[in-house]
Design a protein around this ligand. Structure first.
Ligand code: NI
Length: 172
């Protein structure tokens, strides 16, 4: 089932999410809904707070090449256990901040540990776009948005645009 994506500013997007204690069928179905919502948007990552659920859960799939098989990842309690000194700059966007993009600098390579859909511990090294995406989504679990990396003026400008967008959508 497709879920509704919250648009910034929203207090739920500023909260620190709680770790998932055990992976229930309800949480599995939530994760499946998040993947469906992400692919439909379309996007390459989605965090539970973006659909109003304050649990530490993200989904990502950064496969973009046509013809390449999708690689949906469901990550409960994802944690960055190591990051490279080398950085990367990507123009980031966010499904909660539609049509706004800005360059963000982050570590280029990260080691991430998480629990998968079946509750098994996983660990993997991510590089490039995958690394940026996973870091962006984990930030969401700590109430942090990519615009928080920007200069205050730019951040305020984007926030005002989103407030306007929300007013327009509410009227529609
Ligand atoms: Ni985002």
């Amino acid at each position: 089932m497709k879920r509704n994506i919250l648009i910034h500013p929203d207090p739920r997007l500023k909260k620190v999410c709680a770790p998932v204690a055990d992976i229930t069928d309800e949480l599995r179905s939530l994760a499946d809904d998040m993947l469906e919502t992400m692919y439909d948007a379309p996007g390459i990552g989605l965090a539970a707070p973006q659909i109003g659920v304050l649990d530490r859960l993200i989904v990502v799939d950064c496969v973009k090449e046509e013809g390449e098989s999708p690689r949906p990842l469901i990550m409960f309690n994802p944690e960055i256990i190591a990051s490279s000194d080398e950085t990367n700059v990507y123009e980031e966007g966010c499904l909660s901040i539609p049509e706004q993009y800005a360059e963000v600098t982050r570590p280029k390579v990260v080691d991430v540990a998480w629990l998968d859909r079946d509750g098994n511990a996983q660990q993997e090294t991510f590089d490039g776009l995958w690394a940026t995406c996973v870091q962006h989504e984990i930030d969401h679990l700590n109430g942090k948005l990519f615009i928080d990396y920007l200069k205050p003026l730019k951040r305020q400008m984007i926030t005002r645009k989103m407030q306007k967008l929300k007013r327009e959508r509410a009227r529609a």
